[in-house]
Write a protein that binds this ligand. Structure first.
Ligand code: CAA
Length: 278
């Protein structure tokens, strides 16, 4: 696999791609070279047919302490505007496979925003979230004002973004930012994230990608448009091999020929499906 300077990649379980932010000297501050590597690793996993779900994590002490303040300090309006500073961070939101954030320690500023971009967020009780940009004389720049507000509502988001005060892992769970707050340290957190990633990776890829796409659309569209979009995608899955009804498919290519039980067929026959991912 590729070797990176600021991140580590591994596959803790079949089908699960793990990306560990690894810039401990700066509490995983998200400098441009780190983000370039993260984007590259995300694309590699997205394009790798053996991977079904991706996890992004950091260290016990820091998921990521924000954008790199030292890199940002000399920027001017003109340089930030013409280089479209931070725009490449949105690459994460174009990944088709589910991305799980496993947050221990600091997830501040851009670190909080990166976690909010992920599809499922798990944290532990050591997690410290916040949008402290106001303390630096600026505002969130990687989607925090939009995604945090969708997650916690306007009043709470205003309070958090305008005071810059941190919030805990427990509060993240209570307010709907996190799907779960896991007891214990990074190890227990990663065990939970890996278990979920493995479950997702065990399903038909085409159904998983469709499920992610339709839930994602709920954040962008009106209810009516969203429901109509969902129905279209639902209809389209009748065209996938994995969903096919009432038919046992024979694949002569595999050994002596395998009987592959597809989604609805397997259900009717009370058997475990063998996904073709088609
Ligand atoms: N950028 C660059 N370097 C950072 C950093 C950041 N965001 N956060 C931490 N570091 C560096 C520190 O400078 C320090 O480096 P040196 O040893 O070379 O001095 C090292 O990481 C360790 O940090 P601390 O000594 O500060 O560790 P601590 O345990 O005392 O404090 C902390 C931890 C409370 C998280 C503190 O580091 C901190 O407040 N960091 C900045 C958090 C922040 O403001 N983030 C928002 C950035 S703005 C942003 O993200 C914009 C956006 O919306 C995209």
């Amino acid at each position: 696999s590729a070797s990176y300077e600021h991140i580590l990649t591994s596959t803790p379980k079949p089908g699960v791609g793990l990306i560990t932010l690894n810039r401990p000297e700066a509490l995983n501050a998200l400098c441009t070279p780190l983000m370039t590597e993260l984007n590259s690793a995300l694309s590699s996993y997205d394009n790798d047919a053996s991977i079904g779900a991706i996890i992004i994590t950091g260290s016990e002490k820091a998921f990521a302490a924000g954008a790199d303040i030292k890199e940002m300090a000399p920027l001017t309006f003109s340089s930030a505007y013409t280089s479209n500073f931070i725009a490449p961070w949105s690459h994460l939101t174009t990944i088709r496979k589910p991305v799980i954030a496993a947050v221990s320690g600091y997830a501040l500023g851009g670190g909080c925003e990166l976690a909010l971009m992920c599809d499922i967020l798990y944290c532990n009780e050591k997690a410290v979230f916040g949008q402290p940009e106001i303390k630096l004389g600026t505002i969130p720049g990687a989607g925090g004002s939009q995604r945090l507000t969708r997650a916690v509502g306007k009043s709470k988001a205003m309070e958090l973004i305008l005071t810059g005060k941190n919030f805990s892992g427990k509060e993240a769970k209570e307010w709907g930012v996190a799907a779960e707050v896991v007891e214990g340290g990074l190890e227990e957190l990663l065990a939970k994230a890996t278990e979920t990633a493995e479950t997702i990776a065990g399903y038909s890829r085409v159904a998983v990608v469709a499920g992610k796409e339709v839930v994602g659309k709920s954040q962008e569209l009106s209810l009516r448009e969203g429901v109509e979009f969902e129905r279209r995608v639902f209809h389209s899955l009748f065209g996938s091999r994995d969903q096919k009804i009432g038919e046992l498919t024979f694949f002569p290519g595999f050994g002596d020929g395998w009987l592959i039980l597809l989604g609805m067929t397997a259900f009717a026959e009370k058997k475990k499906p063998e996904w073709s991912h088609e």
